[in-house]
Design a protein around this ligand. Structure first.
Ligand code: BES
Ligand code: MN
Ligand code: MN
Length: 462
């Protein structure tokens, strides 16, 4: 029987072309203009799972976008791996900053990806990473090496909060029963140093609206005499951090789990070069909470960031105006034990309380989710580490990520199983940004590593 390495070598052009076809469909879940494309992508994922060897595949309707469910059950007494991924993507804008159109995938070489990377929205997050699992299944079925049962659950609303997935998971506990959940929707340190994500941050996402006068005003006739909603909003937002960059919302840090100095020292051993980090982003210096280093600030510490702010006149030239309203979208990244609904409540109360009498403030919660941490002594973690060790030649390092996949905490609560985050992307792959890409090396390495996870997971489960 041919092994996975030679199978990948033999079929890599087809693997790349099949992914490219999937990337051509603009499955932007946030924008209803693309809704037919999102639905078409679910259909394409279904067909790919059937071709890869699932015995049963269905498109499950939900109140929102459909969930693709597939399975291959070889023996009920064997363990079951549940693969989760998402086929929806982030909006591609700003379009003018793409060097090639976001839904016309092309392969280009980069410094980090000398063997080429596929440039397209969703190439890394998450179509490319999800599709590695489909191809890994194809290999295991073709070579008759699938050692256990496998279920796939691929959703189309991850980038907008996974509302329908929560609905689906609550109603399908039996169908989704599994021994471990496997996800590739995170990253790793570098192509030379694999890592396994052991933590994700939670999220609270809100939109605020500050209203001043009942209409836009002449900024000469009224300026200085009424509250300008944009000035006020800027002041309110600025006050949410103190001089040490701590967040000032009362109670915000109450539940935050502080890591011991030993744990922080352990984290500090992961390779990280501050000079390279700054250079990659063209920054003179980094910025953040006093008392913590960069890799702590973006993983074990909670944050508050404005994601967008608007109001007034932003067109060409100058218009003298005091806008009636100002708006901002604000995200708070949370750490394990911070409850996102409680944090949303604390934010709302505080933000309304700091508004001066000349304006009224509304806070609209968008979505959120809990953070996640997973131990490194589970069978799943060990199996993943054995798989990486074999394909990369060195063990993986456990790393807590700053990103969020809110559904992971829900899986643990509803399905009572641990999630293993085997990501193959790089931070430099520009997910959610213009020119998102996914290395050919990473894509093929993922396809090679995944079957080994199955093998070791089953061996360790015995
Ligand atoms: N795949 C990402 C999350 C991610 C990326 C985690 C890299 C760790 C490393 C996911 O698609 C995502 O973008 N999640 C959103 C949250 C969601 C509720 C919109 C995020 O983190 O902003
Ligand atoms: Mn993702
Ligand atoms: Mn994403």
């Amino acid at each position: 029987m041919e092994n996975i390495k030679s199978y990948v070598q033999q079929h890599k052009d087809r693997f790349i072309n099949e992914l490219i076809e999937l990337l051509k469909i603009p499955s932007v879940s946030a924008d209803t203009a693309y809704s037919q494309d999102v639905i078409d992508t679910a259909e394409a994922v279904k067909v790919s799972l059937e071709k890869a060897g699932c015995d049963f595949v269905e498109i499950c309707d939900t109140p929102g976008y459909p969930i693709v469910y597939g399975e291959k059950i070889i023996d009920k007494s064997l363990p079951t791996v549940l693969v989760y991924g998402h086929y929806d993507v982030q909006p591609p804008d700003p379009l003018e900053l793409w060097t090639s159109p976001p839904f016309e995938p092309v392969i280009k070489k980069t410094e980090i990806h000398p063997e080429g990377a596929i440039f397209a929205r969703g190439s890394c997050d998450d179509k490319g990473q999800m599709f590695m699992h489909v191809k890994a299944l194809e290999y295991m079925v073709q070579s008759n090496t699938l050692p256990c049962n496998v279920k796939f659950m691929i959703e189309g609303e991850e980038e907008v909060g996974s509302k329908s997935l929560s609905w689906f998971v609550e109603r399908n506990q039996e169908k989704l029963k599994n021994d471990v959940i496997l996800i590739s929707d995170t990253g790793m340190i570098s192509n030379q140093q694999p890592s396994i994500t052991t933590g994700l941050r939670g999220l609270s996402y809100v939109e605020v609206e500050v209203t001043g006068p009942n209409r836009d005003l002449h900024s000469g006739l009224y300026g200085g005499a009424v509250a300008n909603p944009i000035n006020i909003l800027a002041k309110m937002i600025a006050s949410l951090h103190d001089d040490d960059n701590h967040i000032t919302i009362p109670g915000f840090y109450d539940k935050v789990q502080e890591l011991s100095l030993d744990e922080r020292a352990e984290m500090g051993k992961a390779p990280f070069n501050l000079e390279e980090y700054k250079k990659a982003l063209d920054l003179k210096d980094v910025y953040g909470e006093k008392g913590y280093v960069t890799n702590e600030r973006n993983s074990i510490r909670p944050t508050l960031d404005v994601n967008g702010i608007w109001g007034g006149y932003t067109g060409e030239g100058a218009k003298t105006v005091i806008a009636g309203k100002a708006f901002a979208k604000i995200s708070m990244r949370l750490v394990p034990n911070q409850d996102w609904e409680k944090i949303t409540e604390l934010f709302t109360k505080h933000f309304i309380s700091i508004a001066p009498a000349g304006v009224t403030v509304k806070v609209k919660p968008h979505h959120g989710g809990q953070g996640y941490v997973t131990p490194i002594d589970s069978i799943g973690y060990k199996a993943a580490n054995m798989a990486y060790t074999e394909t990369f030649g060195i063990p993986a390092i456990p790393v807590r990520s700053g990103g969020s996949i809110p559904i992971v905490a829900l899986f643990e609560k509803e399905l009572k199983s641990k999630t293993i985050l085997m990501g193959f992307g790089l931070d430099s792959d520009a997910i959610h940004s213009p020119n998102e890409h996914f290395g050919i090396f990473n894509y093929l390495k993922g396809i090679e590593t995944i079957p080994l996870f199955y093998k070791y997971f089953v061996e360790l489960s015995k």
